[in-house]
Design a binder for this molecule. Sequence first.
Ligand SMILES: C[S@@+](CC[C@H](N)C(=O)[O-])C[C@H]1O[C@@H](n2cnc3c(N)ncnc32)[C@H](O)[C@@H]1O
Length: 267
Amino acid sequence: MSFSAEWLALREPYDRRARNAAVMDAAATPLRDKPSLRIVDLACGTGSNLRALSPRIKARQSWRMVDNDLSLLARVPRAIAPHVTVTTVPIDLNHDLEAALDGAVDLITTSALLDLVSEEWLERLAVEVGARRLSIYAALSYDGRIELTPVDAADADVIAAVNAHQRTDKGFGPALGPAAAHAAVARFEALDYSVVRGEADWLFGPADRQIQIEILSGWAAAARDVGGVALADAVGWLTRRRDLVTAGRSTIRVGHVDLFARPTGTR
Ligand SMILES: C[S@@+](CC[C@H](N)C(=O)[O-])C[C@H]1O[C@@H](n2cnc3c(N)ncnc32)[C@H](O)[C@@H]1O
């Protein structure tokens, strides 16, 4: 599945606002006293995690940015601050997750990835991260909650179809979709990790027209793809919702969860 740089740029300010501050602090605090750090960002896109997290850490940082999309990797900033070194590494994480984690690493980060992966891949991630006793900050996993106002009679059908579409294969096998955050917390707790989690919802107000239109169009297409909603119903729903957006009367909340998992004990 590919993601456009334009879409990632559109969502990044909302992601930034949504990120759970307590979870970010939990991720950044243990790193404060280290003189230097090595961070691996899995499925980095154009570097949203790098931009969000690196200013919160004073230490010298070296970020290894991993993605399989060369055009996104090309947009990752190399010179973000004097104490931050950035390298990009093209890797297909479905095939070569282990290569992404090789070498000395202090923290794994990822954002908007876990809902795309399968249960099997999440298990693999947990095994590899757990075997190396690494900490992981995983931001912005979709959790299935969508609230639209004002309410439309077809919302429930479209949302159910969107959540069914979330579970289809995004390149890692059948995706966890809305179950991802809960599954990740359970996986890391089973490894005796201490897990801090918190809501990181997207909130789009009446003025956030462009992102609302993008998201609603994507949902209508997803609902059609997965088959739960008839074409005429999807078109009617999208037309009504777009009219509300244009009139400045639409708000949308999309539930996400951030988590930070850290090894404890002596396993
Ligand atoms: C929703 S985007 C999130 C990007 C970035 N983390 C952010 O928050 O803006 C998902 C990312 O996963 C990457 N991706 C998808 N499948 C991948 C794979 N098999 N290997 C590596 N990266 C992959 C995409 O290229 C994309 O950058």
